[in-house]
Ligand binder design. Structure first.
Ligand SMILES: CC(C)(COP(=O)(O)OP(=O)(O)OC[C@H]1O[C@@H](n2cnc3c(N)ncnc32)[C@H](O)[C@@H]1OP(=O)(O)O)[C@@H](O)C(=O)NCCC(=O)NCCS
Length: 128
């Protein structure tokens, strides 16, 4: 199986949400496209089928945040997410990288080169 990667390509809200849903994440359709369009993102395709993505927000100088790293379950453990994260790290090399991880994914990010920083803080998104 040959996976192709694209950068900031045209992708629909439906396709994005379908990938979120494949791993059990319910994201609001509303505003998902602008979230991607306001980011730098990499997508992974098996022919025309969107099988994963990862996105970054960077000032291109000091700081880069990495978000929404997902590979569809049936495509996992083939190196797709690591390829995408590696690309983001190369694209914004020279900046600090930060992210938050969901339970069970710390080891994956360690394999991508991340280490723990016990001085990070956050304010979770408000839900109405
Ligand atoms: C986490 C996730 C993105 C990994 O995607 P993937 O394409 O399967 O990852 P890769 O195949 O590139 O994995 C690279 C390496 O990390 C390992 N790895 C992947 N997920 C792992 C996990 N959850 N725990 C430990 N190791 C993991 C792989 O075994 C591989 O190791 P190897 O080099 O020794 O073979 C994927 O499982 C996923 O989409 N999960 C649901 C969404 C999610 O939780 N995203 C992360 C948000 S914080």
């Amino acid at each position: 199986m040959s996976i192709e990667y694209q950068i900031n390509n045209k992708v629909s809200a439906f396709q994005i949400i379908d990938v979120f849903n494949s791993v059990g994440w319910n994201k609001e359709t509303k505003d998902i496209l602008s979230a991607f369009q306001n980011s730098y993102y990499i997508t992974a395709y098996d022919q025309d089928h969107l099988v994963g993505f990862a996105r970054a927000i960077s000032d291109n100088y000091y700081y880069t945040g990495i978000f929404d790293v997902i590979t569809r379950p049936e495509y996992q453990n083939q190196g797709i997410a690591r390829t995408m994260v590696k690309h983001l790290i190369e694209q914004f090399s020279g900046t600090y990288f930060f992210l938050t991880y969901t339970e069970g994914n710390r080891e994956f990010y360690k394999k991508c080169g991340f280490s723990d920083n016990n001085r990070a803080m956050w304010i979770p998104k408000k839900t109405d």
